[in-house]
Design a protein around this ligand. Structure first.
Ligand SMILES: [Zn+2]
Length: 83
């Protein structure tokens, strides 16, 4: 598996996406070792390949834009990746 593939086009610069828990810049790649029973694989991970920290609502794998309102940003990503 390669992590050098181009990330899906979300219309958002990945450099501006951070983990909602630790504020680390995220990688546009699924986390390593995501258990299948946990459901849909997140689109993003920490740069070391681990799952993003849960956000304030306890959701995993949802990055936030560093300088934007998290909810509106997440909705924008969802509509972008749904195409
Ligand atoms: Zn984190």
């Amino acid at each position: 598996m390669s992590v050098t593939d181009s990330p899906p086009s979300t219309g958002v610069d990945p450099e501006h996406l951070v983990c909602p828990g630790c504020r680390e810049v995220v990688e546009c790649a699924p986390p390593l070792g995501w258990p299948a029973r946990a459901g849909a694989v997140p689109q993003f991970s920490h740069r070391d390949g681990s799952v993003l920290c849960p956000d304030s609502r306890g959701r995993f794998g949802e990055p936030v834009e560093a300088h934007a309102h998290p909810t509106s940003f997440v909705n924008a990503v969802r509509s972008a990746v749904a195409r």
